[in-house]
Design a protein around this ligand. Sequence first.
Ligand code: MG
Length: 173
Amino acid sequence: MLNKKIEEALNEQINAEFWSTYLYLSMSAWCSATGKPGMAHWYEVQFQEEQDHARIFFNYVVQRGGKVTLKPIAEVPTEWKSELDVFESTLAHEEKVTNLINNLYALSTQENDFATQSMLKWFIDEQVEEEENATNIIDNLKMLNGNGYGLFMIDKDLAARVYTQPAPLAAKG
Ligand code: MG
């Protein structure tokens, strides 16, 4: 059985993951509207991954005999100044999510909830990847410094991103 403090914190995290789905879908819409189909696709995959994150937390709360309480999803930004701005906003957002995951881990340590600590390890590793991915794209965008051909090539590159179901969901079948 989940303790109430942990249950509440996990419900907050489910809401944060759904907020992320909304943010990335909004970024995908902005990329489409500004003529960058590859980036729009990259954010659509990101959107799918965030849905998965929400579902992993959702399933975990259910599995531990807790109650999932879905809350309203706050408004997300809809405009960015440039490709660099949208990816820098992505990195800033992922750094915030890393903090949320770290705080959850700290809380589960404090509450002696070893199962929650174990579940969170996948997310701790996932956040390292999320930050690395955004950083690499930012580095590339800075390198080409607004060059149109370079942007075209990056867009083609990001169009090739393939969605894969995360291990904790794949294991569940
Ligand atoms: Mg996430």
